[in-house]
Design a protein around this ligand. Structure first.
Ligand code: PAF
Length: 233
C-alpha cells in the first residue's frame, strides 16, 4: 500500500493505478477504522480495479461544541487495517493540504441536508459536502463507497454529485452491526456501559415498527409507539 500525504505523492500514487481507463474505488473515512469501513473497502475491491481510502478528521463538519478535539485518532492502527484490507493507496492530507490558505469555496446542499441530523447539527452537511467534493477532486475516483449507517449523508452526497455532474458513482453499502444489533461506529467507544447496553434498542424498536407497518399497522400509530418506547428507554 502506498501512503500519500501531499498532493504530489497522491498524484504519483494514482497515476499508475488510473492508466488505461481502470476503475478506482474510493472510501473516504475519518479514521478510527472498524469492520464497517473494512466492508466498504471489500466492496470497492470487488467492484473496482484499484482502491484508495482517505483518513482525514474534517474540522469543517464538527460544530463548536462537538468532539473534534477528542475524535479517536489511531493512524498506525488505521494504516495496518487498510493494508490488511488490500487498499492500494492511503491518502492522509493535513488540514492545510485540504483547506489551503485562501480557500474560499464551500458546498451548501439543501433538500436532503435539511431536517434530522441537518437540523440538530447546523453546518454539519456543509462540512461533509465540502470535504467530499474536495476529496473527489483530489482522488478522482470512478466510484465512492459510503455506509448506509449515515443514511442522510449518503443522500446529501448523492444529491451533490448529481447536481454538480461529478463523474463518479456513489455506492451505498449495508450497515455492519454488532451481534446485538448496534451499528458499528467509531463513536460507540464514547458510550458508558449502561448506554452501550441500551443502545441496541434503537435498532430493535425501529425493526419492530418497520415489521408492524409491513404487516398492515397504521403508520402513525407504529411510529408513535416506537417513539414512546425509545423515549422511555
Ligand atoms: O462518514 C464519515 O466518516 C465522514 O462524514 C466522511 C464521509 C469521511 C467525510 O468527512
Amino acid at each position: 500500500m502506498q501512503i500519500a500525504r501531499t498532493r504530489e505523492d497522491l498524484a504519483r500514487a494514482l497515476s499508475a493505478l488510473r492508466r488505461d481507463g481502470r476503475t478506482l474505488g474510493f472510501v473516504p473515512t475519518m479514521g478510527a477504522l472498524h469492520a464497517g469501513h473494512v466492508a466498504l473497502l471489500a466492496r470497492a475491491r470487488a467492484e473496482c480495479d484499484a482502491t484508495a481510502a482517505s483518513i482525514f478528521v474534517n474540522p469543517l463538519q464538527f460544530g463548536p461544541n462537538e468532539d473534534f478535539a477528542r475524535y479517536p485518532r489511531d493512524e498506525a492502527g488505521d494504516l495496518a487495517t487498510l493494508d490488511a484490507a488490500g487498499c492500494d493507496v492511503a491518502w492522509l492530507p493535513d488540514v492545510a493540504t485540504m483547506y489551503p490558505p485562501g480557500s474560499a469555496t464551500a458546498i451548501e446542499v439543501t433538500g436532503p441536508a435539511e431536517g434530522w441530523e441537518g437540523a440538530v447539527r447546523p453546518g454539519h452537511f456543509r462540512g461533509v459536502a465540502t470535504v467530499c467534493a474536495r476529496l473527489f477532486g483530489q482522488v478522482r475516483p470512478t466510484h465512492a463507497y459510503f455506509g448506509e449507517k449515515d443514511w442522510q449523508q449518503v443522500q446529501v452526497v448523492r444529491r451533490m454529485v448529481a447536481d454538480l455532474a461529478l463523474p463518479l458513482e456513489i455506492v451505498a453499502v449495508p450497515t455492519v452491526r454488532e451481534a446485538d444489533g448496534l451499528a458499528l461506529s467509531s463513536r460507540n467507544r464514547y458510550l458508558a456501559p449502561a448506554e452501550r447496553e441500551g443502545a441496541p434498542r434503537l435498532y430493535s424498536v425501529m425493526r419492530g415498527a418497520a415489521a408492524a407497518i409491513v404487516s398492515g399497522a397504521d403508520v402513525a400509530d407504529a411510529l408513535g409507539q416506537a417513539r414512546a418506547a425509545l423515549e422511555q428507554a
